[in-house]
Design a protein around this ligand. Structure first.
Ligand code: PEP
Ligand code: MG
Length: 868
């Protein structure tokens, strides 16, 4: 194997092997830009080292050969006493992990070569001793694992009130002695003076820094795989700390906040790279370099233009000027805000650098999502009192209320409220709708509160366990004894999970206003408009909405939804209608049951009529009722308590007996979906009749009837027959299909397709049942541990698990289509609006995805990206 690449050998496409920094240094070298010579040790070597605990055979030999070549090119040897070559040893992984891993500068200095360095710099002793103390400091901290504060403290003590540039050569020489003392004291050994040994140890330290805790944490957050390893770059040192004709800086080729072209950067005179990041002295704006060193400044601007044209994107760079000579130390395609991403993509199209196809691939659904949420004004004063999980992004401000009735009441009076609960349940829906935001102290990202809030596009912070919520007393306590009572104003940030006392000013999303129908005005919205139109024109996947109210349906249309992929009819039975469902489920006689059905039918018909109208000729997939029973029956504990008290009636006692009879240990695996339809005569028939009658009233209505939780074709057949009969009687045409949300349904899809004209993958249940994870519990219970341990990088309830759940989907798609080539295929689990999962749906050949109205634009964009 080849483990080492000279900068002249690599290129920017070798990021896997050379890391981002190494690949781009090679690219710049080959572009003829002024890059100090050097070479890169591959990520392969790092992976080998991390797995085996030793560097691979042959690596040391290869490094020695490249170092020889570097020494020849530079005309000096590493650490040569009278004229030393110094090198930096820099980390650089495939994905940028800013500041998370290690770098050591000035390798090659020791008590002899420090004099040689001074001579090289024209007798500049100060510079040489400053470089030497930096080496010991960085090496001590990074390679030897000494607490960096010890060095900082010694430096601060010496400086007093002065700046580090005020220290003279003698003082810095003294500091070197102090630092050496620290090393000896902390490690029991002397600072290593052999230059090659310094380099060897530094390389291993960089390898090891791949597994530093902060690097692990960062990777988890950014979803960077844990097994990539880092490359190591060994680069001839150039010095920004030789004097005032030297310095170091960072710059962007355009504004990473807005995308505007211009000069964006910082410069620090007489300094080395780490000073800029560490904020030791205040940097100056890059524009001022023009005054200090016009030649270097002009050259830098020229290089930035070359880089933008070459990379055809915003680049960020690091550079150093050594005695008037400019050197490029790094470049990469730069990180940017979501807003800048859209603006830059279209700017580059206008400049003729990229095509509009490319522009679509340059932005992501996650970035679009960020642009859709209102946010807190970044500059405002805030008093943070706690932090929970960022369950549904956005910024919400309002009076804290502790029950749904109060939330509704106050919002009707025109007040903004935040609904604060320990956790929410379906009864809280009205309060959640009325509230600006939802805050819970228990439950994870798929808790009821989180899922419902996301569905509504409503800000939600959940699982804020530091909060002590007392609903009965109408207040919560935050750490530090802060008490928030009903009516006190709080602000919650669903993007960060932070909770503030008092009102933090909020700014609205212009992008949402645009999706709602406003004309695009500012540059950002125009950019979004162009990119969305193009994504729509190239995507193959249709995008539908999960919607069960006329309002949601109407919004879904405005946001570009091409129909409804999931109308959850049980959501139509919450609130005051819940009683009717309870009556139905608990009915002990045929008459009682029929009475309940008769009461429900006209309500259902009216619901469907409105939705068909809102959908205006687009397909509407109506799922027959699928209520987990525990959500619709009275709480067994409450009822038992009531029965045990004196005031209990005979009816209460009968009710309790019935509830006990139907009580289930695992309601999610119990009498739900098609099972309920088969057990309660007339229920599904009532719904189908209501659908048919509504369809008759709305010209152009396109109902699709969907049977939930089917596991066997036999379950489907009898329901299908009954439905088909009702449709025939009423003369209404509708597709009849099924959800695929039980693994057995996926595995027997060939049979099921005989009785289904469409499949819609219910990946919430399919994930729950494939993994055996309770969707209501696991995220708060132990997923954080699983994420910590890297068992998965992201919750399978959030992003579709391609290997497991995805495999079942593939099987069902293939087998279903083998039975029925025109089988229509969609997805309606939460994954339908998740960017990565949308790509999977495209790849596996589904016809459409369905997601909550607010995620429709994200799905449209990602479907476009998937097609390119
Ligand atoms: C599903 O299971 O993915 C689904 C869409 O149904 P529900 O979430 O209502 O169970
Ligand atoms: Mg389901």
């Amino acid at each position: 194997a080849k483990y080492v690449y000279d900068f002249t050998e690599g290129n920017r496409n070798l990021k896997d092997l050379l890391g981002g920094k190494g690949a781009n240094l090679a690219e710049m070298t080959n572009l003829g830009l002024p890059v100090p010579p050097g070479f890169t040790i591959t990520t392969d070597a790092c992976r080998h080292y991390l797995a085996a605990g030793v560097v691979p055979d042959g690596l040391e030999q290869e490094v020695a050969e490249h170092l020889d070549a570097l020494e020849k090119q530079m005309g000096r040897r590493l650490g040569q006493a009278d004229d030393p070559l110094l090198v930096s040893v820099r980390s650089g992984a495939k994905f940028s992990m800013p500041g998370m891993m290690e770098t050591v500068l000035n390798i090659g200095l020791n008590d002899e070569s420090v004099h040689g360095l001074a001579k090289q710099a024209g007798g500049n002793d100060r510079f040489a001793w400053d470089s030497y103390r930096r080496l010991i400091q960085m090496f001590g901290k990074t390679v030897l694992g000494i607490d960096g504060d010890l060095f900082e403290h010694a430096l601060d003590t010496l400086k007093g009130k002065r700046q580090d540039t005020d220290l003279d050569a003698g003082e810095l020489q003294g500091l070197v002695e102090t630092f050496k003392g620290i090393v000896h004291e902390q490690t029991g050994k002397d600072f290593p003076t052999d230059p090659r040994e310094q380099m060897r140890l530094a390389v291993m330290a960089v390898f090891d820094s791949w597994n530093a805790p902060r690097a692990i944490l960062y990777r988890r957050q950014e979803r960077i795989p844990a097994d990539l390893g880092t490359a190591v770059n060994i680069v001839a040192m150039v010095f920004g700390n030789v004097g005032n004709d030297s310095g170091t800086g960072v710059a962007f080729t355009r504004d990473p906040g807005t995308g505007r072209q211009g000069i964006y950067g910082d410069y620090l005179q007489n300094a080395q790279g780490e000073d800029v990041v560490a904020g030791i002295r205040n940097t100056i704006p890059l524009e001022e370099l023009e005054r200090i060193d016009k030649r270097s400044y002009d050259e830098l601007l020229g290089i930035m233009e070359t880089l933008e044209n070459h990379y055809r994107d915003l680049c960020d760079i690091e550079f150093t000027i050594e005695r008037g000579k400019l050197w490029m130390l790094q470049t990469r395609v730069g990180k940017r805000t979501a807003a800048a991403a859209f603006c830059i993509a279209t700017q580059l199209v206008d400049q003729g650098l990229i095509t509009i196809d490319e522009a679509v691939t340059r932005v992501t659904g996650d970035q679009l999502a960020q642009l859709m949420f209102p946010r807190f004004d970044g500059g405002a004063d805030k008093k943070k009192i706690a932090k929970g999980m960022n369950a549904s992004p956005g910024a919400a401000v309002g009076k804290a209320v502790f029950c749904s009735e109060r939330a509704v009441e106050l919002s009707e009076q025109g007040e903004d409220v935040i609904l604060v609960r320990r956790e929410t349940n379906p009864d809280d829906l009205s309060g959640m709708i009325a509230a600006k935001g939802i805050l819970t102290s228990r439950g994870g990202k798929t808790s009821h509160a989180a899922v419902v809030a996301r569905g509504m596009g409503k800000t939600c912070v959940c699982g804020a366990e530091e909060l002590e919520v007392s609903t009965s007393e109408g207040r919560f306590t935050a750490p530090g004894g802060v008490v928030v009572s009903e009516g006190d104003v709080i602000s919650i940030d669903g993007t960060s999970g932070e909770i503030y006392l008092g009102e933090v000013p909020v700014v609205d999303s212009a992008v949402v206003e645009y999706f709602e129908g406003a004309e695009p005005e500012d540059e950002l919205v125009k950019a979004v408009d162009r990119i969305m139109s193009h994504a729509d024109s190239v995507r193959r996947l249709g995008v539908r909405a999960n919607a069960d109210t006329p309002d949601d349906a109407a919004r879904a249309r405005r946001f570009g939804g091409q129909g409804i992929g999931l109308c959850r009819t049980e959501h139509m039975f919450l609130g005051e209608r819940r009683q009717l469902v309870e009556d139905l489920v608990l009915a002990s006689t045929d008459e009682a049951r029929q009475a309940a059905l008769d009461a429900l039918e006209p309500l259902q018909k009216a619901d469907f009529t409105e939705i068909f109208r809102a959908m205006d000729g687009n397909p509407v997939t109506i799922r027959l009722i699928d209520p987990p029973l525990h959500e619709f029956l009275p709480d067994i504990v409450d009822l038992s308590v009531k029965v045990a008290t004196d005031g209990a009636t005979d009816k209460d006692r009968k009710l309790l007996a019935a509830v006990k009879r139907l009580h289930e240990q695992n309601p999610m695996l119990g009498l739900r979906g098609v099972r309920l339809g088969l057990v309660i005569p007339g229920l599904f028939a009532m719904q189908v009749r209501a659908i048919a009658q509504a369809a008759k009233e709305v010209p152009g209505a396109r109902p699709e009837i969907m049977i939930p939780l089917v596991a066997a074709v036999q379950e489907l057949e009898s329901v299908r027959e009954e439905a088909a009969k009702i449709l025939a009687e009423t003369g209404v045409e509708a597709l009849i299909g099924t959800m695929i949300e039980v693994p057995r349904a996926a595995l027997t899809a060939a049979q099921i397709a005989e009785a289904a004209e469409f499949f819609s993958f219910g990946t919430n249940d399919l994930t729950q049942m494939t993994w055996g994870f309770s969707r209501d519990d696991v995220e708060s219970a132990f997923f954080s541990r699983y994420l910590d341990q890297g068992i998965f990088g992201v919750s399978p309830f959030e992003t579709l698990d391609r290997e497991g759940v995805g495999r079942l989907i593939r099987i069902a798609v293939e087998e279903g289509r083998s039975t029925r080539p025109d089988l229509h295929l969609g997805i309606c689990g939460e994954h339908g609006g998740d960017p990565d999962s949308v790509h999977f749906c495209h790849d596996v050949g589904l016809d459409y995805v369905s997601c909550s109205p607010f995620r429709i634009p994200i799905a449209r964009l990602e479907a476009g990206r998937a097609a390119l």
